[in-house]
Design a protein around this ligand. Structure first.
Ligand SMILES: Nc1ncnc2c1ncn2[C@@H]1O[C@H](COP(=O)(O)OP(=O)(O)OP(=O)(O)O)[C@@H](O)[C@H]1O
Ligand SMILES: CC(=O)C(=O)O
Ligand SMILES: [K+]
Ligand SMILES: [Mg+2]
Length: 577
């Protein structure tokens, strides 16, 4: 049985494009939705089986006679869903499906096909590549491995490329993994390049103006204070520094210098947010078809707009989401306009904590998460979530509390950095993120602890306003009726993000017809993205979806669902036939 609320939109008042119009009904009409029971069953092979050994062929669709497989991208009548999500749904039921998305930075510890495969099995939704490290050939290999994994094993792992940016950082230590600076040692920071191996106690600096900008008496902080030096002498391109807080120097670590207790932003503040090297990396990202570009050290909305217009003008570039990394004082000053211009934001606490006092980072995080939610942009909480797991197999209690807080704030995604890039326990770290997310989500859902965040209206165009109201109402209805899932049919993903923004109690099945939109949706809270070819006819879409999901055992007769769509602006409530 089905009820539908249709928003009839007389063109006289709302000027919707003709394709959105449907026969005039009373503004809010309930009608029976006749669902045919003559489902055409497509025979699906291993894709419905989550078992690891069968998953290598899991995205292949077999014809009823069991002959040749068709690649997921080529078939038109099937449905693609992430094999791990599918397994989770079947195992735990809809309600306990994880809502918080997980991002892993890929590095030497995780770049092999089997290692990537293990991360995908462990729940990685997005793989991040930090262009500060590695060669383009190395990154290309990782991107291709992830794509192969998606095709062969039925995942929808998205790829996020993170730009290097042109803030001041150390060189790469001539191939060494780290260097230890001891208390009282004198080190040389230099803008000279070394031809051969790195001279002892010498570090190269990326910024040519460094030796001119620093002054004797300044304090030099590596990675926001992991190691500290006092500047004691300047000799041409070399700056002699005395180590005052010992520690490990890591390749390409960020450098800041402080004078009289304040961060010095001299001419380095004028460095371009996107350097010439970054533009080459961006061209590489477009050519390789990455899903997101995360822009480091964003200072204003202009750079985001600039990049977005650059992407829009390039084939395939328009499919790439631009994520603003909030990690500088300027980005906090211009937060709202930056987030409005972007397709999402990252709370990059590592560098942020080097630019503002550490005790201000939690409040900044809360503010960024809140602004993103209000403006309907996905938000990622990043850096040091499980830092101790780089070396140890269990997290500290404090780290678990930090992860819990990010989940409780209902951020869209959590990110691993060194834990997955070069740590000893990448899979265990991912398991901790997954289990803490699930536990906190369940706890808060059961106790109905979520404060009702009043969401401000964000749309200006009238048809967008209708979509927004539909999603707000559908989410509220979903909570009040305790439905099993919200189904959203969306071509460009916007309607799905509007439902996600409401953070309803049930999972959101987002059906879209392109694989690139499907992968991008994988960053957003609570969305379970499916690829499905659908038509303008909601009745046939629903029939097709029910049939395909039932045949895979993902839904069953009697499940209560709410369906919304951006083609036909309607809300339908129905039991699966
Ligand atoms: N592609 C890579 N190759 C080698 N090492 C890597 C790679 N990516 C990351 N790492 C290692 O993992 C550590 C943490 O990685 P991550 O990219 O998260 O650094 P970050 O400092 O948090 O990011 P950012 O440079 O964007 O501020 C790095 O310091 C580096 O040692
Ligand atoms: C992730 C990142 O860039 C940071 O935390 O600085
Ligand atoms: K970076
Ligand atoms: Mg950073």
């Amino acid at each position: 049985m089905s009820h539908s609320i249709q928003f009839s939109t007389p063109s006289r008042t709302l000027h919707l494009p003709p394709t959105r119009l449907h026969p005039p009904l009373s503004s809010f009409s309930f009608r029976q939705f006749p669902l045919t029971s003559t489902f055409k069953h497509t025979s699906l092979r291993a894709s419905s089986s989550p078992s690891p050994d069968s998953s290598s062929s899991s995205s292949l669709l077999h014809s009823p006679n069991g002959t040749p497989a068709v690649k997921s991208e080529e078939r038109s009548s099937g449905i693609d869903v992430d094999t791990v999500t599918e397994a989770e749904l079947k195992e735990n039921g809809f309600r306990s499906t994880r809502r918080t998305k997980l991002i892993c930075t890929i590095g030497p510890a995780t770049c092999g096909f089997e290692q990537l495969s293990a991360l995908a099995e462990g729940g990685m939704n997005v793989a991040r590549l930090n262009m500060c490290h590695g060669t383009r050939d190395w990154h290309r290999d990782v991107i291709r491995s992830v794509r192969r994994l998606n095709e062969e094993k039925g995942f929808a792992v998205a790829i996020m490329m993170d730009t290097e940016g042109s803030e001041i950082h150390m060189g790469d230590l001539g191939g060494e993994a780290s260097a230890k600076a001891e208390d009282g040692e004198v080190w040389t920071f230099t803008v000279r390049a070394f031809d051969a191996s790195r001279p002892e106690r010498t570090i190269s600096v990326s910024y040519d103006g460094f030796a001119e900008d620093v002054r004797v008496g300044d304090e030099l902080l590596v990675d926001g204070g992991m190691v500290r030096f006092d500047v004691i002498e300047k000799i041409g391109p070399d700056v002699k520094c005395l180590c005052t807080d010992p520690g490990l120097l890591l390749p390409r670590a960020n450098l800041t210098f402080w004078r009289d207790g304040s961060l010095v932003r001299e001419r380095n503040a004028m460095l371009p947010t996107i350097s010439s090297k970054d533009w080459l990396d961006i061209d590489f990202g477009i050519a390789e078809g990455v899903d997101f570009i995360a822009v480091s050290f964003v200072k204003s909305a202009e750079v985001i707009n600039h990049l977005k217009s650059y992407l829009a003008a390039r084939p395939g570039g328009g499919d790439i989401g631009v994520i603003a990394k909030i990690e500088s004082i300027d980005s906090l000053t211009n937060l709202e306009e930056i987030i409005l211009a972007s397709d999402g934001a990252m709370v990059a606490r590592g560098d942020l904590g080097a630019q503002i006092p550490l005790e201000q980072v939690p409040a900044a995080q809360q503010r960024i998460v809140k602004v993103c939610r209000e403006l309907n942009k996905p938000v990622i909480v990043a850096s040091q979530l499980l830092e101790s797991m780089i070396e140890y197999p269990t997290p500290t209690r404090a780290e678990v509390a930090d992860v819990s807080e990010a989940v409780r704030q209902r951020s869209d995604a959590l990110m691993l950095s060194g834990e997955s890039a070069m740590g000893q326990f990448p899979d265990k770290a991912l398991t901790v993120l997954r289990s803490v997310s699930l536990r906190i989500e369940r706890w808060w859902r059961e106790e109905k602890r979520y404060e009702a965040t009043p969401l401000q209206a964000i749309s200006s165009a009238s048809s967008d306003k209708i979509s927004e109201e539909i999603c707000n109402s559908a989410s509220k209805m979903a909570n009040n009726l305790g439905v099993d899932a919200v189904f959203v049919y969306t071509k460009n993903g916007h309607m799905a993000s509007l439902v996600s923004r409401c953070r309803p109690d049930c999972p959101i099945f987002a059906f879209t017809n392109t694989t690139s939109v499907r992968r991008r949706l994988n960053l957003q809270w609570g969305l379970i993205p499916f690829r499905l070819s659908f038509s303008e006819d909601m009745e046939s879409n629903l029939n097709k979806t029910f049939s395909l999901l039932k045949s895979r055992g993902m839904i069953k007769s009697g499940d209560l669902v709410i369906a919304v769509s951006d083609m036909l602006q309607s809300i339908q409530v129905m039991n699966v036939p």
